[in-house]
Design a protein around this ligand. Structure first.
Ligand SMILES: NC(=O)c1ccc[n+]([C@@H]2O[C@H](COP(=O)([O-])OP(=O)(O)OC[C@H]3O[C@@H](n4cnc5c(N)ncnc54)[C@H](OP(=O)(O)O)[C@@H]3O)[C@@H](O)[C@H]2O)c1
Length: 298
């Protein structure tokens, strides 16, 4: 058995949080496996016996990450900013005809400095939220009875605009701010988990979201003077091993088998912002995202 939830903390590593967890015979989909928290999460989930379906922007990145980690997993190309590749990844995974015991929606991009659009939508919203929504919605038929869906959000969800999701500015053209848009995308991850948890009611499946902490990874690549930003946050910085702990905990901890629709930080439940608990907003976002996905399929 892993340590009790109450024994886990800021400093716990993913290995410590999953000590004694046996994932033998289970299959997990993880996004963003070639870098940072996703790579460490892949390593630790595999260490505990999970079979990994590892997603990265390209097949080469996914394959070489698994090879680096010496994991005999199944690499899949999935560029979350390109729905054609997301739908292809879904088809590839469904064709394996294997139950999926969980999805760790970990990939993300942060603070792109100038407005970039994909399919006419602001890139961070599209990559971090719409791409993951399309991926997970596509995989729902393959989820096992007790599957766990884990959305890697961020404490930066509080940087979203006061109304939460800027439905009249999803293109980013009305006005663009790198952090506000990142915040919006991470708020969307929490609202998505809430909506999915509602859809899972009456089943044993769960959906949750989390803040992994502050960790120096490639995520800072778009931030001018990222070194200075991290230097200011030195006191609250985690290692990558610690940064992967919360998502591995939410994915595997036995005490969380029935916990759904929640937000976590430092391996424990935590209240997100008020707007991140707004079920009407979550429902509105779900409907709008579905219509974006449908519109782009045509
Ligand atoms: N590090 C932190 O302090 C921190 C704090 C709060 C939340 N988070 C969240 O934690 C998650 C992991 O971040 P990290 O720190 O590990 O960052 P990272 O090292 O930059 O890893 C991000 C991963 O996402 C992938 N990715 C980016 N755009 C993608 C796309 N269009 N399609 C598919 N994959 C894409 C990256 O692939 P490429 O290498 O190909 O770009 C990479 O594998 C993110 O969701 C982030 O928002 C991190």
């Amino acid at each position: 058995m892993p340590p009790r939830l109450a024994e886990l903390s800021f400093a716990s590593t993913a290995e410590q949080a999953t000590e004694g967890v046996d994932l033998t015979g289970t299959t997990w989909v993880i996004t963003g496996i070639n870098s940072g928290l996703g790579k460490e999460t892949t390593r630790v989930m595999s260490l505990r016996g999970a079979r990994i379906i590892g997603l990265a922007r390209t097949l080469e990145k996914a394959s070489s990450a698994l090879a680096d980690l010496k994991i005999d997993g199944f690499p899949v190309a999935c560029d979350l900013a390109d729905l054609t590749t997301v739908h292809a990844a879904v088809d590839t995974i469904l064709a394996l005809d294997t139950p999926i015991h969980g999805v760790l929606a970990n990939a993300g991009v942060m603070a792109i400095q100038n407005l970039e659009q994909v399919h006419g939508y602001e890139r961070q919203f599209f990559t971090n939220h719409v791409g993951h929504h399309a991926l997970i919605a596509g995989l729902l038929p393959a989820l096992s009875d007790r599957a766990r869906v884990v959305m890697t959000s961020s404490g930066a969800h509080t940087m979203a605009a006061p109304e939460g999701i800027e439905f009249d500015n999803l293109s980013g053209e009305r006005d663009y701010h790198p952090w506000r848009m990142y915040g919006q995308s991470k708020l969307a991850n929490i609202l998505f988990a809430r909506s999915l948890a509602k859809r899972f009611e009456g089943t044993k499946k769960t959906a949750n979201a989390l803040h992994p902490g502050v960790i120096q990874t490639n995520l800072g690549r778009h931030v001018p003077n990222a070194e200075a930003m991290y230097a200011k946050m030195k006191k609250i910085e985690k290692t990558i091993a610690q940064g992967a702990a919360t998502q591995c905990t939410v994915a595997t901890h036995p005490e969380l088998a029935k916990v759904s629709g929640q937000y976590f930080s430092d391996c424990r439940p935590k209240g997100p912002s008020k707007i991140a608990r707004d079920d009407a907003l979550a429902a509105q976002l779900w409907a709008r995202t579905e219509s974006i996905i449908q519109e782009l399929k045509r």
